[in-house]
Design a protein around this ligand. Structure first.
Ligand code: NDP
Length: 301
């Protein structure tokens, strides 16, 4: 099946592209009110190191989203040879720049630079990716914080489509710090969406399908194309596919994007499902935009 053709589902298609356009419109309205009151627009800075193709695409999409909602955006690009110290100095400069509300450093970084050091160098008040230990800690305790962008986007998608989560069994596959683990925490929080009983699965989980088949809400973030098949899904479940894998293909780009979920077989049994592309990806950018607006509002309160 070609990209963008993922529309045949027995259940509901959770259209992240459509919802993200609606939410961008809502953010744009708020930004135009801010600007017409004489204040400056929210400002997101992004640092991109090196020439990774996927990273360049992600950063470009973030810049386009900023333009769309009326944010100011600054892209700082560095050669892969930049030293860790130079990068940390640049981050410190942005931390101290009152005109910048949010800073993201696109990962992965070259191997001579510690991602942890870089992530922890960002001022938690400008950490709109929500990766800093302070923000992760607050998330864990259920305190108000910058929720990392992908889980935040998924929460908003569930909310917009009024997917009932309270009392449901949510199974998350993947325990990374940026997706699976924060997602599991959010789904178990005492809030809506949330209040789920959560099972967190990973590569050491035995008999994975026994768990996925028990899920009322199945969130898959493991990074293996079309890994979850229809026989692993409980009839009527909500399936959220976070995965994005470039699979080699005989087309102009040389690849197609695939999720972690085999769409056709899962859509045949699911009650609701996200497509790839056009599902979680656009909602991730919404998470980032919302966090940047929030940072601006907190700094101008
Ligand atoms: P990571 O590689 O950091 O984590 C993958 C997780 O999946 C690990 O916890 C790993 O377990 C687990 N895993 C791997 N193989 C299996 C298996 N066979 N069975 C069960 N669990 C397994 O990936 P990310 O979380 O960063 O990303 C996951 C996917 O989501 C990728 O395709 C990525 O491109 C995509 N992504 C999409 C975003 C979007 O906006 N849509 C944003 C971020 C990521 P273990 O811990 O034991 O190794």
């Amino acid at each position: 099946m070609s990209e963008g053709m993922h529309q045949n589902t027995n259940g509901m298609l959770l259209n992240g592209k459509e919802q993200s356009d609606i939410i961008k419109g809502e953010i744009a309205t708020q930004v135009s009110e801010i600007v017409s009151s004489g204040k400056r627009a929210p400002h997101l800075a992004a640092i991109l190191v090196g020439e990774d193709g996927a990273s360049k695409t992600y950063v470009k999409n973030k810049e386009l989203a900023c333009q769309k909602v009326g944010f100011t955006s600054t892209l700082l690009r560095y050669d892969a040879t930049i030293t860790e110290e130079e990068l940390l100095n640049k981050i410190e400069e942005i931390n101290n720049d009152d005109e910048i509300d949010g800073l993201i450093v696109q990962l992965p970084l070259p191997s001579h630079i510690s991602e942890n050091k870089v992530t922890q160098a960002i001022n938690p008040a400008k950490d709109v990716d929500g990766f800093h230990d302070v923000n992760v800690g607050k998330l864990t305790k259920g305190e108000d914080t910058f929720i990392s962008a992908t889980p935040y986007g998924i929460i908003q998608l569930l909310d917009r489509y009024k997917i009932e989560t309270s009392g449901k069994h949510c199974v998350v596959v993947g325990r990374s710090n940026i997706v699976g683990r924060p997602m599991s925490i959010l789904m178990s929080r005492a809030d809506n969406p949330g209040n789920c009983t959560v099972t967190l699965c990973h590569s050491r989980t035995k008999n994975l399908a026994d768990f996925t088949r028990m899920a009322d809400i199945l969130i898959v973030a493991l990074g293996r194309a079309e890994f979850v098949t229809g026989d692993m899904v409980k009839p009527g479940a909500t399936v959220i596919d976070v995965g994005i894998t470039r699979v080699p293909a005989d087309n102009e780009r040389g690849y197609v994007l695939r999720g972690d979920v085999e769409f056709d077989s899962c859509a045949a049994v699911a009650g609701a499902i996200t497509p790839v592309p056009g599902g979680v990806g656009p909602m991730t950018i919404i998470g980032l935009m919302q966090n940047t607006l929030k940072s601006y509002q907190l700094r101008h309160a």
